[in-house]
Design a protein around this ligand. Structure first.
Ligand code: ATP
Length: 255
């Protein structure tokens, strides 16, 4: 995916501006930056989740495989099938584990039981939770641990076979062991998916990502007007940043 001269307003509040960024295929891109620097806002722009926010206006371009996702004739349901999302709080639907994962394929018209069984198994395996739940597929998706719920949500996102997976602080509500499992999973998933992950955890960004974008709102601009002030390979951003704010932030000196 690619953002070109992208800017976003919530009403009169200019949250993001001058965003030019490549999101490389089958790589993990981490979005880091202080609270309120627009990381989630940018992430949600990548599958048009901000369409649901009244007064939100986006200019410039965000493209998926060369096609502007804000252009004419874009089917937003199709876009969200290609660009899936996992949220900060695990949010399984109040239904069985099986139905959670089969939900997306069913809404896209797949009814065949054998096909659905296959997809559910594949997706739960893809989310590294099959072994833990395979004998309990009828159990309510909310009746398992938070870490398992999050992997069920990842399986639910994988079930519609997206190209891109957006993850908004996917481990911030999880214990350290579940966090590690999700981090290991991200390492596995990057073989097949393009992943964009928002994280406040610098070690996590350094561990799981190939590229890192540092979002920053210059206080001199009086709030908002956030932009990506540095983008590069994660190693470079963490070990040899070009920008003073990036260096201070990754060293934990503010934020
Ligand atoms: N729906 C909204 N309406 C108005 N302003 C919003 C809305 N959502 C976010 N904002 C503002 O946009 C700016 C960017 O917010 P955003 O949540 O994207 O930042 P963030 O970097 O993800 O923060 P955090 O790390 O705290 O989650 C903030 O100033 C926030 O108050």
């Amino acid at each position: 995916m690619q953002a070109k001269n992208m800017a976003l307003n919530y009403g009169n509040f200019r949250a993001l501006e001058d965003i030019d960024m490549d999101i490389y295929e089958k790589q993990v891109t981490a979005l880091i930056g202080p609270s309120g620097s627009g990381k989630s806002t940018f992430l949600k722009s990548l599958n048009r989740m901000n369409d649901l926010v009244e007064g939100c206006k986006i200019t410039g371009e965000i493209s998926l495989e060369g096609k502007n996702i804000y252009g004419k004739n874009i089917d937003v349901n199709e876009l969200r099938k290609n660009v899936g999302m996992v949220f900060q709080q695990p949010n399984p639907f109040p239904m069985s584990i099986y139905d959670n994962v089969a939900y997306g394929p069913r809404t896209h018209g797949i009814k065949d039981k054998k096909k659905l069984d296959e997809l559910v198994e594949q997706s739960l395996k893809g989310a590294a939770i099959w072994d833990e739940v395979k004998d309990d597929l009828n159990k309510n998706g909310l009746a398992v641990s938070g870490g398992q719920q999050q992997r069920i949500c990842i399986a639910r996102a994988l079930a519609v076979k997206p190209d891109v997976l957006l993850m908004d602080e996917p481990t911030s509500a999880l214990d350290p062991i579940s966090t590690l499992k999700v981090e290991e999973l991200v390492q596995e998933l990057r073989k097949d998916y393009t992943i964009v992950i928002v994280t406040h955890n610098m070690q996590q960004a350094a561990r799981v990502s190939d590229y890192t974008a540092f979002f920053y709102a210059d206080p001199a601009k009086g709030g908002g007007h956030s932009t990506v002030i540095e983008f590069g390979e994660t190693d470079q951003i963490f070990n040899n940043p070009n920008n003073e704010q990036t260096a201070d932030y990754v060293a934990g000196r503010f934020g």
